[in-house]
Design a protein around this ligand. Structure first.
Ligand SMILES: Cc1ncc(COP(=O)(O)O)c(C=O)c1O
Length: 412
């Protein structure tokens, strides 16, 4: 039966996807042994341990950075990095409006105001022109998120940050191993932060890391993450405000093994992403996230594409997602716009601010954010583990889309 006449799986027809996608997380005897070794060593915390220390060094090297500081999770990594940059009450930090809440809530956690700006239509990353427009005398830092693994315009953002005396922080929660002109993300800003939560490109269930090239920043961030201690000083001296953001030895040990697969998995996801670009070029109404020529590797936390629903018989995005899921293609839900989240709309975010900032209107919370809205409500995210499959898996993703397009009238 040809695709054009097949009934969609949502209406009882045959499923497009044959064999299942690879299952995530991936592990083998390496992780099992690593956990057992830590267990038997009786050294379960990082301070006297060897595993987390080794992991942060190895991970920093993987990201082309001098230093790594292992952290409890990606949200805390952002918080520690911002605190180490000196972000505090009265400051503003520019963030993309299209991201996970942690990018903005970490700024509030420091008592500063996240200023949301819209994204570029084609890359889904923060728009550097809008960043420049949003700078005020209160601005202290810019956070760029590498959405779905696709590097933001790091060189332009770095120039803007330099010109205005600001710090650039790269939120690399999606982008382990991604490259801009052959250089890995996290190495362009003052620092980069990573997440090892379960859905991420390497995982220990939870976990995070800060990478940096700067010795002074490393010393400051390491101190903040360890209750304000300083290396080499008496255990009970606390030189500044800090908290306990330390990663345990179990997580460090698992992540060392996960990291060994990082190179091969990143390469595979990137190659499968380019194959999908090629296959989707034949499908009218599918607009994949554009990869600029400077991006030499996208580690693809997700393969993201926008759907022109008019080319799919005018079905709703919800119906498109349901139909894809029924065909056996999973969707990782895209983020809602940050400015529209309850905590910003109901004003509760103000509880984290002080002085004038707690009282004044925040105009940017009511901007139209056209591109963020489009990305949030009209894009499909194929999760990273699907891109660890083979060419047949990629063809089936595209075949499912074509089938839905051909049978869209039945789905309205
Ligand atoms: C862009 C972004 N930043 C930060 C985080 C926070 O990471 P974690 O879940 O490890 O706290 C996430 C997690 O999904 C994320 O997607």
């Amino acid at each position: 039966m040809s695709i054009a006449t097949e009934q969609p799986a949502l209406l009882g027809g045959p499923k497009t996807k044959g064999k299942p996608f690879p299952k995530w997380p991936i592990h083998d005897d390496g992780e099992r042994q690593a956990v057992l070794d830590v267990l038997e060593s009786k050294v379960w915390w990082r301070t006297p341990g060897t595993q987390t220390l080794a992991f942060e060094k190895e991970f920093a090297e993987f990201q082309h950075c001098k230093h790594g500081i292992a952290i409890t999770n990606g949200t805390h990594a952002l918080e520690v990095a911002l605190l180490a940059m000196g972000v505090g009450p009265g400051h503003e930090v520019i963030v993309p409006n299209y991201t996970f809440v942690a990018t903005a809530s970490s700024v509030l956690c420091c008592g500063a105001m996240p200023v949301m700006v819209d994204i570029e239509a084609d890359s889904h990353n923060i728009d550097p022109d809008l960043v420049e427009e949003a700078i005020t005398p209160r601005t202290k830092a810019i956070i760029a998120v590498h959405m779905g693994g696709q590097p933001a315009q790091v060189e332009r953002l770095q120039q803007i940050a330099c010109r205005h005396g600001l710090d650039l922080l790269e939120d690399c929660a999606h982008a382990h191993g991604s490259e801009w002109k052959g250089r890995r993300v996290g190495s362009f800003g003052v620092a980069g932060t990573f997440s090892f939560q379960s859905s991420k490109l390497m995982t220990a269930g939870e976990g995070g890391c800060i990478v940096t090239a700067f010795d002074q920043f490393e010393r400051q961030a390491r101190s903040v993450h360890d209750c304000g201690r300083l290396p080499g000083e008496w255990f009970y001296s606390h030189f500044q405000y800090g908290s306990n953001y330390r990663m345990s030895e179990f997580l460090g040990a698992i992540l060392r093994v996960q990291l060994r697969r990082g190179e091969e998995q990143t390469k595979r996801r990137h190659e499968n992403g380019r194959l999908l670009d090629k296959l989707f070029a034949e499908v009218d109404g599918i607009i994949p996230q554009r990869i600029p020529p400077e991006v030499t590797r996208n580690s693809h936390y997700a393969y993201i594409f926008n759907v022109d629903l008019a080319k799919f018989g005018g079905i709703s995005m919800r119906k498109f997602i349901e139909a894809m899921n029924a065909e056996g293609i999973p969707n990782q839900a895209a983020y809602p716009p940050i400015h529209a989240l309850d905590c910003f709309q109901n004003g509760s975010y103000r509880a984290k601010l002080s002085g004038d900032q707690a009282k004044e209107p925040h105009r940017f919370l009511r901007q139209p954010f056209a591109e963020t809205l489009r990305a949030a409500w009209e894009s499909y995210w194929v999760p990273q583990y699907c891109l660890l499959g083979d060419q047949e898996d990629m063809s089936e993703i595209v075949a499912a889309v074509k089938k839905i397009q051909a049978s869209a009238k039945q789905l309205v």
